[in-house]
Design a binder for this molecule. Structure first.
Ligand code: FES
Length: 102
């Protein structure tokens, strides 16, 4: 079991290795989507950037190909900005801290 802290909500959740950060948040009734994007998002396919988060502490590894492509236009300069739907949690990510609604 992994402990993930969402600093925007000042809340920690428990997550399982192998699930995405997005699915772990949803399972714990924690919204990673701001405003209307709670409804208007790509449902985890890496197409919309609605689930973007900033990694505040911890290491989630390099961006995958989908993130590189989707984030290329506006957010490539900040390597800590990631898509929650594209981060698959591993044991090494215990203690991860993320900021949502960025
Ligand atoms: S939910 Fe659309 S990019 Fe993650």
């Amino acid at each position: 079991m992994l402990n993930i802290k969402f600093v925007t909500q000042n809340r920690s959740i428990q997550a399982e290795p192998g699930e995405t950060l997005r699915s772990a948040a949803i399972k714990n009734t924690l919204s990673i989507y701001p405003h209307i994007k709670k409804i208007l998002n790509c449902r985890g396919r890496g197409l919309c950037t609605s689930c973007k988060v900033e990694i505040v502490a911890g290491n989630v590894g390099p961006r995958n190909e989908i993130e590189e492509k989707t984030l290329a236009k506006s957010l490539k300069s900040n390597p800590n900005v990631r898509l929650a739907c594209q981060i698959t949690l591993t044991d090494e990510m215990d203690g991860l801290e993320v900021r949502t609604h960025i």
